[in-house]
Design a protein around this ligand. Sequence first.
Ligand code: GLA
Length: 410
Amino acid sequence: MTGDDDADDATAGTPVERAKAALAALSADGDASDSTSPPEPTEPANPVVAVAPGRVNLVGGHTDYNDGLCLPMAVDRHVAVAARPRDDDRLRVRAADFDETAELAPDDDPDGWAAYVAAVARVLREDGPVGGADLAIASDVPTGAGLSSSAALELAVGRVLLAVSGRDLPTADLALACWRAEREGVGVECGILDQFSAALCEADSALFLDCRTREFESVPVGDDVGVLVIDTGVSHELTESGYNDRVRECAAALDRLRECADRDLDSLRDVDRDLLDAHADALEPVHRRRVRHVVTENERVRRARDALAAGDLDRVGDAMLAAHESLRDDYEVSCPELDAAVELAAETPGVYGARMTGGGFGGSAVALVDADALDRAARTIRDAVPERVGPDANVFACRPSGGVRLVDEE
Ligand code: GLA
């Protein structure tokens, strides 16, 4: 990867504008890998551009890899990827925000952000050709903030790679391909929450997602609902955090419950309160707490989905606050800054509820707010975060957005 000093201005404009500008600069640079190639004889065609959103998860934390339920919402912050086909099989990728360029041959296995691009291309190649391409990436999804910037990158890259290769896939299949890319290529043992959110959420809606059947349904979110993200500024890194430890603890608890239960258990989804109570003593205390979180969290997702559909925002907020307590005490994936952010939001007038969102150990909290009180609540929270949460904390409002899509050129 190379950085250069006279890089495109990585901060001006929308992600789509910046990705297109970065692609134009990349194309103008020529092909460093093949200095004998003749100059482009004709004006290049319009680039293919895709955007994919970050997400918050209202309820349903750490349930996805246990075949459970989630209630995410895509946010109006996006990763944009602009692309033009090449004549060879290489991917030349410009990350405008990092001022870096990577050149990838099909078998390359890079580190860092380029690993996501290479992994998606590798998985898509299993079912058909992926042509070479110049790609440029720009984003306004904060990275390391628990808003799933990596899934947004995967989905946007996947969508443009299919387009420049003359292929298409149903969106849910693209989400699964990107999920495999993250697990196999990047080494996070994640569930499908992030990729399905970045793929399948709809504008002005949350997504009720059953991670066992992979069925999903949009739950409309009215204009009376505001959403605030409180990014603690404490960066989390899933590959280095306790995330994979939690996956293993759940697997160990499931193994133990299978030895005691008198029915088949495919996953922790099959465990309910009665079964847990009956065999609680057989589990190590730490495993008992992990299972209790998963069982009660699935219940909370159903409750929150019904309450959201009925417009009962107080009940949605209660489910979010209870979810946070469970993630903090039973699942132990919160941190002092996230707890402070949730506490601050919960005491702010107009806020229905709040919880940590994403994998935890840092990242962001999400708050559900009365839309009429949103500006005032945002100001109150913004004023208090430096002292209460941390010097790098950042607060912003968002609206539920649609999933990955190609951006139509004029
Ligand atoms: C991360 C993972 C998801 C999910 C959440 C926790 O975002 O990528 O698969 O497990 O954490 O709900």
